[in-house]
Design a binder for this molecule. Structure first.
Ligand code: COA
Length: 175
């Protein structure tokens, strides 16, 4: 299985199924989904999309352009969890942001996903807050240096340090 750049509409199908089940697809459309700076990562098992994650050039205040990037729509089909797919997708997203000279990556993490993000070097910023649709969340963030990205060990997989924003068509990681 490999991590591929995918289109926003592909990411939405899995976002909707995993993160917004039972709600209309519009609830899984994010404002900058089709912006050229945005990157959507996807993992397939055969023809089936099983994991997605996206990064957006957006500061916590909503401002952009910025050197801060928002990680959003991170989802892996239940049957494929705990195999390292989430970690590999985030490694590619971090590499993308680092290559784009991002200084910080942040997300609103579901409380239950906190250990997953902590293991990848994210830290909690602020108090637990309630999302009306998806429950308790923490704001989490990770400061970024120049590539190689902290927490990502290229020898453990094969990415990504060579992933540049202008080469989204290039396959970017092998699990
Ligand atoms: C959060 C989520 C994306 C993680 O995806 P994943 O592919 O299971 O992630 P990983 O396999 O890299 O890591 C998950 C766990 O599996 C463990 N793991 C990783 N590789 C493993 C392997 N080869 N064998 C066994 N366990 C493994 C990790 O230790 C990790 O444990 P943790 O909970 O302490 O972090 C996934 O659980 C999910 O889609 N959840 C529902 C939606 C959601 O909450 N999304 C995040 C919104 S903020």
């Amino acid at each position: 299985m490999e991590v591929y750049p995918i289109k926003a509409e592909q990411a939405r199908t899995l976002r909707s199924a995993v993160l917004r089940p039972g709600l209309p697809m519009e609830r899984s459309v994010y404002p900058q989904d089709d912006d050229p700076s945005t990157f959507h990562a996807g993992v397939y098992d055969g023809d089936t999309l099983i994991g997605v994650a996206s990064v957006f050039n957006e500061a916590p205040s909503g401002e952009w352009p910025t050197t801060e990037w928002r990680l959003r729509g991170v989802a892996v089909l239940e049957a494929y969890r705990n195999r390292g797919i989430g970690e590999k997708m985030l490694g590619v997203c971090l590499a993308y942001v680092s290559e784009a000279d991002g200084t910080k990556i942040w997300c609103n993490a579901r409380e239950r996903a906190r250990p997953f993000y902590e293991r990848l070097g994210f830290t909690v910023e602020g108090d637990l807050f309630e999302d009306p649709v998806s429950g308790p969340h923490f704001r989490m963030c990770k400061q970024l240096g120049k590539a190689p990205v902290g927490g990502w060990n290229p020898s453990a997989g094969s990415v990504g340090a060579l992933l540049f924003p202008q080469s989204k068509e290039v396959m970017c990681a092998t699990l």
